[in-house]
Design a protein around this ligand. Structure first.
Ligand SMILES: Cc1cc2nc3c(=O)[nH]c(=O)nc-3n(C[C@H](O)[C@H](O)[C@H](O)COP(=O)(O)OP(=O)(O)OC[C@H]3O[C@@H](n4cnc5c(N)ncnc54)[C@H](O)[C@@H]3O)c2cc1C
Length: 416
């Protein structure tokens, strides 16, 4: 069923009894051309584009939990393409362009809201760095605007401009950046892939990768053995664990990142704002809650919950940026597991095993990448060559010394 204004109207007349399930709940077949491990945004988008762009529909997405239960439903919903480096920028801009047409493309309301992303700067050195980033963006055809202090004040008068340690001098704005309802992205891709014949199998954990003569022949799962022609890993925070099943050690660390939502307030923040002097960022949801977060917790973990010291740090940084926030009550918080790579950039590549493909290392920036990641991973799986915008995301770049260190911070996950 296609969703449209007419279908809403007609179903309304019939007491809303005509809506079907958004996707099926099939039993796994004994063999698929492609199996994707991980039903997060990236796995589902890969399945969608495999079917839509490359006509490969004998595909299963195996998800150990439920659709939307991983990071795709836990992130703070920010999308942007304000990247500096040549290897990153065209890829994230491709993603932004895909976001701009996504809802029409997969016929689902994902609440794509290009409300703008503003990164504040607090010193001359930071202004120079943002000027360089903005120029690099414009050279790549991406929108960027450097705002001075008064322009930021006109937009966001409630920020603390005269904070003794971190006075606000201005900000770098990407107007086309914004937010997207995160779990709707998973649902939209799941529905779009299912409509094209992909089997989405929930509560099916992959527990082993079987190989014969140097090739993958299938996976052991909690629903039994399932054979495949090609195996694609998109397990985000669990990437190291899943790759280990094929004796591959990845250059990744798993860390917890937390998100917070406040009580509902009247609308007062109409864009995404990031604090340049510490790790804090905030936007306001359509229901009025402030959605905010900060840095990773800073120790390795596979737990989907965070600790109190980071709650304190986020609260401090939030208050330094918006003094009035101290009276706001937090309603909800949660954690997700981040697959932090050693240069802060992702991996979309083949492995040394012929028919085993890897999509990982998204750190805390993988939500915005979901459409491009799905398209580029599908391209790699279907054609065995990298998509032109994802050529830099090679697995062996650490060994070769071609790292893609967007922030120039070195191999320290908490600084990416
Ligand atoms: C608090 C927080 C805030 C964030 N904010 C942003 C943001 O504002 N903008 C942004 O761009 N990014 C953000 N991110 C990062 C982004 O959410 C992730 O990089 C991205 O979602 C990861 O890709 P995914 O959606 O495929 O992951 P997931 O949804 O985690 O999908 C991976 C799936 O693999 C499944 N899986 C794992 N092991 C197995 C197995 N053995 N068998 C079967 N299935 C398995 C998991 O259950 C999971 O569902 C944030 C993340 C967090 C946690």
């Amino acid at each position: 069923m296609r969703y449209s204004a007419l279908s809403i109207f007609l179903n309304g007349l019939r007491g809303n009894k005509g809506w079907g399930l958004a996707w099926r709940a099939p039993e796994p077949k004994s063999h698929y051309d492609v199996i994707i491990v991980g039903g997060g945004g990236h796995g589902l988008a890969t399945a969608y584009y495999l079917a839509r762009e490359f006509g490969i529909t004998n595909v299963a997405v195996l998800e150990k939990g439920y659709i939307g239960g991983g990071n795709v439903g836990r992130n703070t919903t920010i999308i942007r393409s304000n990247y500096l480096l040549q290897g990153n920028n065209p890829f994230y801009e491709l993603s932004m362009k895909l976001w701009e047409g996504l809802e029409q493309d997969f016929n689902y309301n994902a609440m794509v809201s290009q409300r703008g992303v503003l990164n504040l700067y607090h010193s001359d050195a930071q202004r120079d760095a943002y000027t360089r980033r903005g120029n690099a963006m414009m050279l790549h055809g991406v929108d960027a605007e450097l705002l001075d202090r008064e322009a930021v004040r006109a937009k966001l008068p409630f920020l603390d401009y005269d904070n003794a340690r971190f006075p606000i001098q201005g900000g770098l704005l990407q107007k086309r950046g914004g937010t997207v309802r995160h779990d709707a992205v998973a649902w939209g891709y799941a529905r779009g892939a299912d409509m094209r014949g992909v089997d989405i199998i929930q509560h099916c954990e992959v527990t082993g990768i079987r190989r014969e003569n140097g090739k993958v022949v299938g996976v052991d799962t909690t629903k039994g053995f399932i054979g495949c022609g090609k195996l694609a890993l998109a397990a985000a925070g669990n990437s190291s664990r899943v790759a280990e099943m094929a004796d591959i050690k990845l250059p990744l660390e798993s860390h917890v990142l937390q998100a917070f939502v406040s009580e509902g307030l009247k609308p007062f923040i109409d864009c995404v704002v990031t604090f340049g002097a510490g790790h804090f960022y905030v936007s306001q949801s359509d229901k009025g809650g402030l959605v905010f977060g900060g840095d990773i917790d800073g120790y390795n973990s596979y737990a989907q919950r965070g600790n109190l010291s980071m709650v304190e740090h986020v609260a401090e940084a939030g208050k330094a940026m918006i003094p009035g926030i101290s009276r706001v009550r937090v309603l909800r918080s949660w954690g997700g597991i981040m697959d932090m790579s050693m240069d802060g950039s992702p991996i979309i590549d083949r492995t040394h095993i012929d028919n085993l493909y890897l999509n990982a290392g998204w750190c805390y920036g993988g939500f915005k990448a979901t459409p491009a990641s799905g398209l580029c991973f599908a391209h790699l799986i279907a054609r065995n060559t990298p998509h032109e915008t994802a050529r830099a995301f090679r697995l062996d770049r650490f060994a070769r010394g071609y790292i893609l260190d967007e922030k120039g911070q070195g191999a320290q996950p908490n600084l990416h």
